[in-house]
Ligand binder design. Structure first.
Ligand code: GLC
Ligand code: GLC
Length: 811
């Protein structure tokens, strides 16, 4: 069942009922201010950091779930309602929500009044715009009252929801004309405040929540709205809000547009005050002036659309499959940019006060956005690298505001360092900017102890080599990519975290997965030295890679698939010998991606085992059979119910490794089958089962052992976005950047032909047409570049910033 449809021309998903199976959200913001907005106007906004600079309040896990946002109420005669349906929940005559790129439009019609609210954050300014248009569609005049509503957060989101003994006493506001200022703590230590304005004289306002709602009222029945009249309350302490009251008269067919601006301003210490007790509002006033009418809003929306045209222009496909086109051209890169902006901080599953930026997560996310914003990707790499220690290990997480490693979680996740190599080579291949390798980068964020980025990469590489176990495979440490496979943890105390508890000391638990990573990423690393002209170094890296490859084939393979690990006692994990958890997805993907076992036939057998044991209607589960009981020697993985999360859920992050592995083996049908099973646009029809937004990936879909197979959770902020993008664009469609040009090596279903791809690479435009005259899966005979034939599948880069036509002939 569907709850809307894709409008590809407008690059929007159109939701036609407020009653989606879960709040379906969108993100606003591109620079420093960000907002989350659901299809019924729920959500919140913040400046830079969702924990420390939260501007509006949001209660996670509320009842009902999504209750709180930037709401509007309309009082029409004796009735009142919200055009976004929530929070009043009165039936509307019609409803529509359009989630677009960086904006959301919600339209509600009732009693001949059409209200359309556009939410957006313009480029470059710290304001959220709420444009409200009211149109009388009837034949008689109408007189209604419109009330806005937001609830301020007292900036520190954690304190705001835990420390009421303080927060209930400090709230402070100021009202000046149509502008409500939120200035809690400004007199003391803050140099910033927020404001909420509307571009018309108001008939009243409220800033005290209890006065607006009534002491026993909820957001669904504010007393002020029921009475149709603001009370002009001024909050001191308790819970400051901002609500404007407007009486609006509309002749038949008349439309009025109001622009509400919710903004954030910082003042220098010496510029905080105009006079004693009077705050300096000049920056706020300038912003309000800038967005004073609908023309300004239209311009902001047009600029935003241009911004997205540019970001999305770098890679686009034109095929017969509209679902493929919309995933590749719009929604998957959009989600990748969202992971750049948010990392794992704020979604409807991440509260914005939890973990900061993950070392491995951020490196992998980069694969999905580096071509869109190479400049910012460079800074991201340098920030991440600065949290590496001198021995090559790394902080598992760091804080975005301070960019410092997070001591609470520390290090010891032994896959972390290698991801830095992959992100860096992806960046250089995209941009050609080798100079990044010479940047001086701190160790452990200490500016007095630095090394070049290339030295950091070397430390990443040798970290694995310095930490090998009894079989010669990499030691797993706290965990590898799978945060929940905790082989040294042995936790029996529910009050400690699997991620941070004291581990047993031991050098036996080994990861076949990191072995596969080492081979895959080691080859990248060797290729980098080829590019640098250092053949000797490249060769010595390849010697290590070869050793690991042999080791994985010898000690890392069961009968028909790659093992997952050896545990603390040296016992196999992910083997036919195990009763549960016989086969895991991660090593099958990464080892075959790395080319391990391709010649010996082990890789093919592994892929066949994936198909047989892991493949399901909704995607491939993480392992099989699921753990039915807690295994203290395996850790968190076995703490989840069967079929959920790492315990045999469909982890959408690692399914693309299987897709890529299939392309390595040349099995285009299989690769695409796995792709289309989890790509959101392809499963739109089962939204009632899937539950999450049909335009973005979720981290996890419940697996075959689950109570509700096919039900997804944790949408938006997941490495799934980057890896699926990687799989479809670089491996299935096969267009991937290289140091000196573009490799075109598609691996597609046999009946695919005439696929057009536009790739903007280092400012040169390549219009690529892939032709498949012999109906094969893989293999390129020649490329024809501007009419000139060339054998092989490589397009040497043409540095003229011009436009070039390339035909790729498979065969
Ligand atoms: C989550 C984490 C990621 C980890 C994965 C598997 O997605 O963000 O770092 O690799 O879970 O445990
Ligand atoms: C839990 C989750 C895992 C995530 C981790 C992040 O272990 O199961 O997916 O990576 O938390 O801290």
């Amino acid at each position: 069942m569907k709850f809307g449809y894709f409008d590809d021309k407008s690059r929007e998903y159109v939701i036609n009922t407020p009653k989606t199976p879960y709040p379906w959200i969108n993100y606003l913001g591109s620079d420093d201010m960000f907002g989350l907005v659901s299809n019924t106007a729920g959500g919140y906004c913040f400046y830079k950091d969702a924990r420390l600079r939260r501007i509006t309040r949001y209660r996670y896990n509320n009842i009902p779930l999504d209750n709180g946002g930037r709401y509007f109420y309309i009082k029409d005669g004796n009735e009142y309602y919200s055009p976004s349906w929530m929070p009043v929940k009165k039936d509307l005559d019609s409803y529509e929500c359009r989630h677009g790129l960086g904006y959301t439009k919600i339209k509600g019609v009732k009693n001949n009044l059409q209200t359309e609210i556009t939410y957006t954050i313009p480029l470059g300014d710290n304001v959220e715009i709420h444009r409200v248009s009211l149109k009388n569609t009837g034949s008689s005049a109408k007189e209604v009252s419109l009330f806005s509503f937001i609830e301020f957060c007292l900036y520190n989101a954690y304190d705001d929801m835990t420390n009421y003994q303080r927060t209930y006493s400090i709230g402070a506001v100021e009202v000046d004309g149509s502008v409500i200022y939120h200035k809690t703590d400004y007199r003391e230590r803050r140099n910033h405040f927020a404001f909420y304005s509307v571009n018309t004289p108001i008939d009243g306002f409220d800033t005290d929540r209890d006065t607006f709602l009534g002491q026993f009222g909820g957001l669904h029945e504010p007393e002020v709205v029921a009475e149709g009249k603001s009370r002009n309350s001024v909050a001191t302490g308790w819970n400051p809000i901002a609500s404007h009251g407007l009486n609006v008269k509309l002749a038949p067919n008349e439309e009025k547009v109001f622009v509400f601006v919710l903004g954030y301003v910082e003042n220098k210490e010496e510029e905080k005050w105009v006079s004693k007790g009077v705050i300096n509002k000049s920056k706020a006033v300038a912003l309000i002036e800038k967005y004073k009418d609908n023309n300004a809003v239209e311009k902001a929306l047009a600029d935003l659309a241009k911004h997205w045209d540019n970001l999305l222009s770098k890679y686009s496909v034109e095929s017969d499959d509209e679902k493929l086109n919309r995933m590749v051209n719009i929604w998957n890169p959009y989600q990748c940019m969202t992971t750049f902006n948010m990392s794992r901080s704020a979604s409807f599953f991440e509260t914005g006060i939890g973990r900061g930026m993950g070392f491995r997560d951020s490196n992998q996310d980069l694969l999905g956005f580096v071509h869109q914003i190479p400049h910012k990707a460079k800074q991201r790499i340098l920030d991440i690298a600065a949290t590496q220690f001198e021995d090559g290990s790394a902080y598992h997480q760091y804080q975005p505001l301070t960019k410092k490693g997070n001591n609470e979680i520390g290090s010891g996740f032994n896959d972390d360092p290698l991801w830095l190599i992959l992100a860096t080579t992806a960046y250089i291949k995209e941009t050609g900017d080798i100079s990044i390798l010479d940047e001086q980068v701190p160790y452990d964020c200490n500016p007095n102890n630095t090394g070049t980025l290339l030295e950091h990469l070397e430390k990443s590489f040798t970290y694995t080599l310095n930490n090998l176990g009894p079989h010669g495979l990499p030691l797993i440490g706290r965990a590898d990519w799978n945060d929940c496979l905790n082989l040294n943890c042995f936790s029996t105390n529910p009050d400690e975290s699997f991620q941070t508890c004291q581990n047993k000391q031991g050098r036996t638990a080994e990861s076949v997965f990191i072995g596969g990573m080492f081979v895959y990423i080691g080859k990248e690393y060797a290729q980098l030295f080829d590019k640098l002209g250092n053949k000797e170094k490249s060769q010595s890296i390849m010697n290590e890679v070869q050793k690991m490859k042999d080791c994985v084939e010898t000690h890392g393979y069961d009968k028909d698939w790659f093992l997952r690990a050896y545990d603390f006692y040296g016992n196999k994990v992910g083997s036919d010998e195990n009763e549960e958890g016989k086969i895991f997805i991660e090593p099958q993907g990464f080892c075959v991606m790395a080319g391990i076992g391709v010649e010996s036939g082990k890789a093919l057998r592994a892929m066949e085992s994936v198909d047989k044991y892991l493949n399901t209607k909704y995607g491939c589960v993480l392992q099989n059979p699921a753990y039915s009981e807690y295994h203290v020697n395996l850790g968190e993985i076995s703490s989840y119910p069967p079929g959920y999360k790492e315990n045999a859920g469909i982890f959408c992050h690692n399914n693309p490794w299987i897709m890529i592995a299939e392309t390595v083996l040349g099995r285009g049908e299989k690769a695409f089958e796995y792709y289309s099973k989890i790509a959101p646009a392809y499963i739109e029809d089962i939204s009632e089962i899937h539950k999450m937004e049909p335009y973005v990936y979720a981290q996890m879909i419940a697996g075959k052992d689950a109570v509700k197979p096919g039900e997804a959770k944790n949408s938006w902020l997941t490495g799934t976005a980057a890896w699926n993008y990687e799989a479809i664009t670089k491996w299935i469609l096969g267009v991937r950047p290289d140091y000196d040009g573009i490799v075109v090596d598609p691996c597609v279903p046999k009946d695919w032909d005439n696929i057009k791809i536009k790739r903007v690479f280092r400012e040169t435009v390549y219009n690529i047409t892939i032709k498949n005259p012999n109906k094969i899966n893989k293999g390129v005979k020649k490329v024809i570049i501007d009419g000139v034939e060339k054998e092989g599948n490589f397009i040497p880069h043409i540095q003229d910033k011009g436009t070039h036509n390339v035909e790729v002939i498979m065969g």
